[in-house]
Ligand binder design. Structure first.
Ligand code: SF4
Ligand code: SF4
Ligand code: SF4
Length: 203
């Protein structure tokens, strides 16, 4: 029987490893594996990778549960022992490699250490550094930035600009254009600054 696609698992792995966060890498790998090399001839691989996809997707969406990591370890072990072919066994090895980084458990606690999972981060403006120039507002396609341009703050009573969390999609367009480095990325759960010119706790 002809394979659905001739993509090699090694090539998928190389593509996945262009990302930083191991959870993102694992989801990318599993999704691409399901699209192509996975042929469905054996249960440990076909059911295992499908369940892995659901669990990884949940973690990335900020809905990870306590048993997700154990389930992913079980899937990887089952596939390693019982997969019919090398593709399944290699997939098990890659999944184990990602799991061994330990950051899956950190995600379950609400933190993406690499700031790549958007559900775990927040873009924020440091009030004291904002000069109300308005540049960030002009580049934000989501209309997530609010504030009055070109007003002298405090003297005229205009507050610094703000990013509305409910509208921000974490695209990151605003951060590089801010002339004062007032825009930072913070951990949603702790408020700790993880990317930006400021290194301080904002809570
Ligand atoms: S392990 Fe091999 S044979 Fe089994 S479903 Fe995966 S790709 Fe197909
Ligand atoms: S670009 Fe920076 S300084 Fe200008 S309004 Fe936005 S946050 Fe404030
Ligand atoms: S990260 Fe993107 S969506 Fe969010 S405020 Fe900045 S430009 Fe707008």
């Amino acid at each position: 029987m002809e394979e659905k696609l001739t993509v090699k698992v090694e090539d998928i792995k190389a593509g996945a490893d262009e990302m930083v966060c191991p959870v993102q890498r694992a989801l990318y790998y599993i999704e691409e594996f399901l699209k192509g090399p996975m042929c469905g001839r054996c249960f440990p691989c076909s059911f295992g990778t499908y369940e892995a996809k659901l669990r990884l997707h949940g973690i990335i969406q900020g809905e990870g549960k306590g048993d997700d990591v154990d389930a992913l370890i079980r899937i990887s072990e089952n596939m390693s022992v019982s997969s019919f072919c090398r593709k399944g066994k290699e997939t098990a090895r890659y999944l184990k490699e990602y799991l061994d980084t330990g950051v899956f458990q950190v995600h379950i606690k609400g933190i993406c250490p690499d700031a790549e999972c958007m559900k775990y981060i927040r873009y924020k403006i440091i009030p004291d550094k904002c000069t109300n120039c308005g540049v960030c507002k002009t580049v934000c396609e989501e209309h997530a930035v609010s504030g009055q341009e070109r007003k002298v703050r405090f003297q005229t009573g205009y507050p610094p600009f703000e990013i509305r969390e409910d509208k921000c999609n974490c695209c990151g367009q605003c951060m590089p254009v801010c002339p004062t480095g007032a825009i930072v990325v913070t951990e949603k759960t702790t408020g700790r600054v993880i990317t930006g010119k400021e290194q301080e706790v904002l809570v």
